[in-house]
Design a protein around this ligand. Sequence first.
Ligand code: TA6
Length: 336
Amino acid sequence: MMDEMSTIENKSIEITKGINGLDKVILREIHGSTVEVYLYGGHVTSWKNEHGEELLFLSSKAIFKPPKAIRGGIPICFPQSWTPASLMQFSNLGSLEAHGFARNRVWIIDNDPPPFPPTVTNRVYVDLLLKPTEEDLKIWPHSFEYRLRITLGPGGDLMLTSRIRNTNTDGKPFTFTFAYHTYFSVSDISEVRVEGLETLDYLDNLKNRERYTEQGDAITFESEVDKIYLSTPTKIAILDHEKKRTFVIRKDGLPDAVVWNPWDKKAKTIADLGDDDYKHMLCVEAAVIEKPITLKPGEEWKVRQELSAVPSSYCSGQLDPNKVCGESKKLMPALL
Ligand code: TA6
């Protein structure tokens, strides 16, 4: 299978060896954008624009060695992400690591996925598949098929589409929470603004997960932040002042958004994060946390996030998809 993939003539998809000999897929788009994803964790570790600029943060101390998750890029948090205390009653969630085990497992390349939304021909993509091992079933006693499609669009947009199906044969439903734990690369966290989360309610992980309401203007950063914003809009913008760059997250089926920066003190307690790395990263994570998903056997859940990086001429404060100035009214292809 690896050989088949690596003989693809146009080299838009290359299977190769990454750090510590881990299998890695490189997607190349004709205008120069690239994405790198490790089969370990189904983990996107790099997303570069056509100028070769890295748009995702990767820790200077990231450990590319199972069973440790890679610090940075886009860890996949499944079947659990940041479960509110109220959900610990779902015993199968309580026994899981904070962010589940999908990011600590080796995925395979899925050469024959079931029908998927029609992919525009000029998009480069790879399909990955994760199923639980016998070991996994001991910690989370449910069978599933998780299909992840990573797509690089003609404008350098990066889209992650997830399809998770309950394949239990014992008739049991299962319940899970989920996040794309995206680490964005920023010039200087103290010069970053997030728009789209104003006035929303959030659970604060630094204050015993209590519920608060965000103030009325864009979020800025001057200390540790670890918040789940609830019922968030489809679009969230992260404005990097120094780079004159705006990241736009468009999400489908992911109502919550986690915002995390460890700041200096917490950063020093994270072994695989450089002491000063916090200055150049911000996690904004499209997620489902407040209202976990329950699937019956045979049911499939589909979600998607699309990331783009646009010049900051992009008008701030106008995230309404119908009123966005400067940027064409981009609609995401229908999700089956
Ligand atoms: O998403 C925010 C968060 O849950 C923080 O509380 C912090 O723990 C961060 O994720 C990193 O978690 P990790 O398990 O990757 O070290």
